[in-house]
Ligand binder design. Structure first.
Ligand SMILES: [Mg+2]
Ligand SMILES: [Zn+2]
Length: 174
């Protein structure tokens, strides 16, 4: 049976963004945004896939390694797990802009997910805080939600992840 999926951008959705032109390079720099665990646990209860799709070109720029990113994600998943919140999978683009087909707004990360999981696209969402997230979600053909202070040209806009998830699960959209 295909299952709905919520694709989450990472920086600005799950955790506080690094300062402009910088990256989250180690776990000590990672800071969860409020109620992210609550929001993800709600999706888990409804058996909706939770995937992270994240651009991390700090790797291509030599500011961090793939191992650094993996280590951050190990800690992130472990911390969430302690709050009964499970991320089903994480897809990372470590490349420089214009050198691959996976960096959002391209949809390679979504296609990677689709190869491994049976996804019901008609009931799936992309949630992000930047224009590239919204463009990618649109290109992939799922409902798009922007969160944070800037409202992009997505289908919906909410203050934060938990608000967006409440709206999705409220049966208002999708
Ligand atoms: Mg972001
Ligand atoms: Zn890439």
């Amino acid at each position: 049976m295909p299952r709905a999926a919520v694709f989450l951008d990472r920086d600005g959705v799950i955790n506080v963004c690094a300062p402009p032109h910088d990256y989250i390079k180690r776990w000590s720099e990672f800071q969860f945004l409020p109620q992210v665990d609550t929001a993800i646990a709600k999706l888990n209860k409804k058996r909706i896939y939770v995937f992270v799709v994240t651009n991390q070109r700090g790797v291509a720029r030599g500011l961090m390694t793939v191992e650094n990113v993996d280590d951050i994600h190990r800690h992130m998943r472990h911390s969430l797990m302690e709050k009964q919140a499970v991320i089903d999978d994480i897809f990372v683009c470590p490349h420089e802009s214009g050198t691959c087909h996976c960096r959002k707004p391209d949809i390679g990360l979504f296609l990677q997910a689709e190869q491994q999981y049976d996804i019901d696209k008609t009931h799936s969402f992309m949630i992000g805080d930047s224009v590239g997230d919204i463009q990618a979600g649109k290109k992939y053909g799922i409902t798009t939600i922007s969160i944070g202070s800037t409202c992009f040209d997505g289908d919906y806009h909410f203050h934060d992840l938990n608000e967006a998830v409440d709206y999705i699960l409220g049966g208002n959209i999708g």
